[in-house]
Design a protein around this ligand. Sequence first.
Ligand code: ZN
Length: 419
Amino acid sequence: MRESEILRRVESMTQEMVEFLRELTRIPTVNPPGENYVQCAQAIGRRLSDFDYDVQYLEAEGRPEHTPAHPRVNVIGRLRGGGARPLLHFNGHFDVVPAGGGWSFDPFGAEVRDGKVFGRGTADQKAGITASIFAVEALRREGVALAGAIEQSGTVDEESGGFAGVAWLAERGYIARDRTDYVIITEPLNVDRVCLGHRGVYWFKVATLGRIAHGSMPFLGVNAIDKMGAFLAAIEHELRPSLAQRITAMPVEPPGARHPSINVNSISGGQPENGMQTPCVADHCEAVFDRRYLMEEPIANVRGEIERILEHMAGTDREFRYRLEDLMTVPPVLTDAGSTLVTTMSQAVNDVLGAAPPLIASPGTYDQKHVMRMGLVDQCIAYGPGLLHLAHQPDEYCRIDHLVSAAQAMALAAMRLVG
Ligand SMILES: [Zn+2]
């Protein structure tokens, strides 16, 4: 039977897959600042050409981060032959976060040990790119005729918001409802789970404004850091208990992330710590906050409850002066669990691993927001090899058996969706 031949075909390509993953891992596409993108886009593009794709390199013209020193280059391939619809698009980002400390391997050495490939970006998410390319290649080598179309893209900057990557492609119509039916983003959400979407993000900055005075007579001034302290206390004692009461129907993993959350990312105030200190009351303090919100929370309410706390404080303390600034808003997204893409991918995972995959949502955001909110494609999921908890960690790795299983599941899903 044809499907078991496809699974065997994928398995027979294990060595090729490992070598390609190692080739990609050895290109340190570190973001920030966005190094070696051209080289990595070309490595993916060359492989797609070899596997009979028409390949385009797309520079993110118009984006300020697309510079001569760090060009933002995305690559898209379209498999030759087949029809126009349905169109299945596999997307993976090839930028990686900096290696950081604590490694027992060369982070860009792509060492293979104990059935694992080690290196920064193996799990997140060059293994995902590898799996989808070889999944489709297995269909081609088996001579499967496709009624629809398959595209693969390797994109930049997911780790910094994806604006020159998937957002740029969606904005320019490369990933869009009028041509694209299904999008599978190959993020490392674990080989045995299918991810339907992610929570929302509201980043904001609060500045508190004081009045400078001599440090020996602080009662003559207004200390902006004290005012920020009061705001932090209000977050702790008023907002957090209220957030803890709320719970989403989204299947977010881990379950602790089914509540909304707020994190203080940074705080600074008064004089720079390393500068010469003078005896002054701090007249300025600012802090950046990361509020993660649920499908059930309208953004107007999320922002409104911060404003209300600040306004209340200004109303009860006439020396409390502040500025609130929005830094970034990412809406939550969730693909329908009953959609063709979700049921087909789940069945494929079940057929490969022998167990139905849990349908989950991600606590953090990834490029799905751009596909759904800008491209207006309503069937988009994340599925890939690689363990979520290893992303951004030292000694990141991808298990080779997971790489193979994920490619097998993608191959079955691709055949059933467009075959
Ligand atoms: Zn990622």
